[in-house]
Design a protein around this ligand. Structure first.
Ligand SMILES: Nc1ncnc2c1ncn2[C@@H]1O[C@H](COP(=O)(O)OP(=O)(O)O)[C@@H](O)[C@H]1O
Ligand SMILES: [Mg+2]
Length: 241
């Protein structure tokens, strides 16, 4: 088991956002966390990536373990550098006034000087040929789908082997959602472990090996993607009947 969330409770000030949730991600898996707006999906990812205060949710009980060790005292930069865990945040947060290439180059800043990043850029351009075509364009001129690809590319340049994505399909046209999810499948086939947070339950459950349903800070269902797609409660609440 690579990542294990154990009875995690977190608060923002006096507001409790997670009420003792437990889930895990095995090496090589795609696991999805689905749930409506406000369920606690982003809070879960921010708890794992150790988002710095003041925005950070405060862990009041439970544990987060990575390869068996608690990471509650791990700093956000160590999560990326030492644990090789990267987050593609909700809303992408790319630098619109920089080119595609400049955004990618920026993502390498924390890595060892003298590293040859060419093979890594090449890997990203192989995965997302559109980014190669547009590498000299300002990022704000990209379509939503291309910006999401750039956000994924940037996360890959941290040297991660565990990728967390916060609602990557949000705002994308259906055809681009499918394309992006195919790329996530390809990354997973190449060895990337993935924790995917999505409101688009249908798409996420078709991609993922396993999933968890989060409702107002609690896990209310779990199973394989197939099991959850066939679960009547899940169908009713998240799959449009
Ligand atoms: N910075 C914050 N301060 C206070 N409450 C927050 C903050 N961020 C999220 N919350 C609350 O925590 C709960 C979970 O939010 P969030 O994790 O963003 O849900 P989701 O990503 O599933 O939409 C919600 O009730 C939300 O209002
Ligand atoms: Mg969210």
């Amino acid at each position: 088991m690579m990542l294990s969330i154990e009875n995690l409770e977190v608060k923002y000030g006096n507001i409790q956002a997670l009420h003792g949730i437990s889930f895990h991600v095995n090496k090589g898996e795609i696991v999805t966390l689905i749930g409506a707006n406000g369920a606690g999906k982003t809070t879960s990812l921010h708890s794992i990536s150790r988002l710095p205060p003041p925005e950070a949710p405060r862990v009041i009980a439970g544990d987060i373990r990575f390869n068996g060790e608690s990471i509650l005292k791990t700093k956000p930069d160590q999560v990326v550098k030492d644990l090789h865990l990267a987050l593609v945040p909700e809303g992408r947060h790319i630098f619109g006034n920089l080119t595609v290439m400049e955004n990618l180059q920026l993502a390498t800043y924390a890595r060892a000087k003298g590293t040859d990043f060419e093979p890594e850029y090449q890997r990203i351009f192989d995965l997302f040929p559109r980014l190669h075509e547009r590498r000299k364009q300002r990022s704000e001129s990209l379509s939503g789908g291309e910006q999401q690809m750039l956000a994924v590319g940037r996360a890959l340049l941290t040297g991660c082997n565990f990728l967390m994505l916060d609602e990557p399909s949000m705002g994308l046209a259906p055809v681009l959602k499918y394309e992006l999810f195919r790329k996530l499948k390809q990354l997973n086939d190449e060895g990337m472990t993935i924790l995917l947070v999505e409101q688009n339950a249908n798409l996420a459950l078709h991609l993922a090996h396993r999933g968890y349903v989060l409702d107002t800070g609690k896990i209310v269902a779990e199973g394989t993607g197939e099991e959850l797609l066939g679960n009547p409660e899940v169908k009713k609440a998240y799959l449009g009947g």
